[in-house]
Design a binder for this molecule. Structure first.
Ligand code: PGA
Length: 255
């Protein structure tokens, strides 16, 4: 089984590198004493990756996107090799904000997933529906997962974390509310069922599945215990060092 992970998605924040460096340093200091049973990662915007990487040791550094080619004439893009060479360990892919605002398709996310995994980056693959009508997790979530993993070799799945993140639960979206731990549990079962179909039961059982969407220190424990999630992707609350450290500490104690 992979360890639990608490990953901070800073999105397009903060405005200045000094703030990014300070936030990363505070999180590193606050997480230094946590046990080995938990991974903590922060994912700043590209321009701060080097400064954040230099500020952390126990805490891992992640990016929020990557291109699918290793090098070449691709203006404005960043390659998996460049991230790897910078000491970046994780990359978030398939986030709903990139699907929505940058028109990322499942096909693009699949290419990025393959390129990142082949470059030995660990991928946090986000999937999740925009609306839920009848309580069931809609089939679109299964399609997102199956398409992202198309052609991905089984042995790479140990470096993959699937993040179930319903779009309506993301704190900055209108009328946002966190999903229930019970639904998160069902999402975990749903993800493993699909992965069993694509690969096999053992691969599905060892896959790390986490939850994202309005996670805070007052609800993290329920997602990990009742929801059986193996961690969380944290947006808004990851910009507050004290709150983020508290979430990581609670996660390291969750059974
Ligand atoms: P949130 O964001 O924690 O602010 O809801 C999560 C995310 O979008 O990854």
């Amino acid at each position: 089984m992979q360890k639990h992970i608490i990953a901070g998605n800073w999105k397009m924040n903060p405005a200045h590198q000094d703030e990014a460096h300070a936030l990363a340093s505070n999180i590193e200091a606050g997480c230094a004493a946590l046990g080995k049973n938990i991974e903590v990662a922060v994912c700043p915007p590209f321009p701060y990756l080097a400064a954040v990487r230099a500020a952390v040791k126990k805490v891992k550094c992640g990016a929020q996107n990557v291109f699918w080619e290793e090098r070449g004439a691709y203006t404005g893009e960043v390659s998996p090799l460049q991230l790897k060479n910078l000491g970046v360990a994780y990359v978030i892919l398939g986030h709903s904000e990139r699907r929505m605002h940058l028109w990322e398709t499942n096909e693009m996310i699949n290419k990025k997933t393959k390129a990142a995994l082949e470059c030995r980056l660990s991928v946090i693959l986000c999937i999740g529906e925009s609306e839920r009508e009848d309580g069931e997790i809609p089939s679109v979530v299964g399609d997102q997962l199956a398409q992202a993993l198309s052609g991905v070799k089984k042995n790479f799945l140990k470096n993959l974390t699937v993040c179930y993140e319903p779009v309506w639960a993301i704190s900055t979206n209108k009328n946002a509310r966190p999903d229930t731990p019970d639904n998160a549990f069902r999402a975990g079962v749903f993800v493993r069922k699909i992965v069993t179909g694509l690969y096999d039961r053992k691969t599905a059982d060892t896959l790390r599945v986490i939850y994202g969407g309005s996670v805070r220190k007052d609800n993290i424990s329920a997602f990990l215990t009742e929801g059986r999630m193996q961690g969380a992707l944290i947006g808004g609350a990851s910009l507050d060092a004290d709150e983020f450290i508290a979430i990581a500490a609670l996660a390291s104690r969750a059974k």
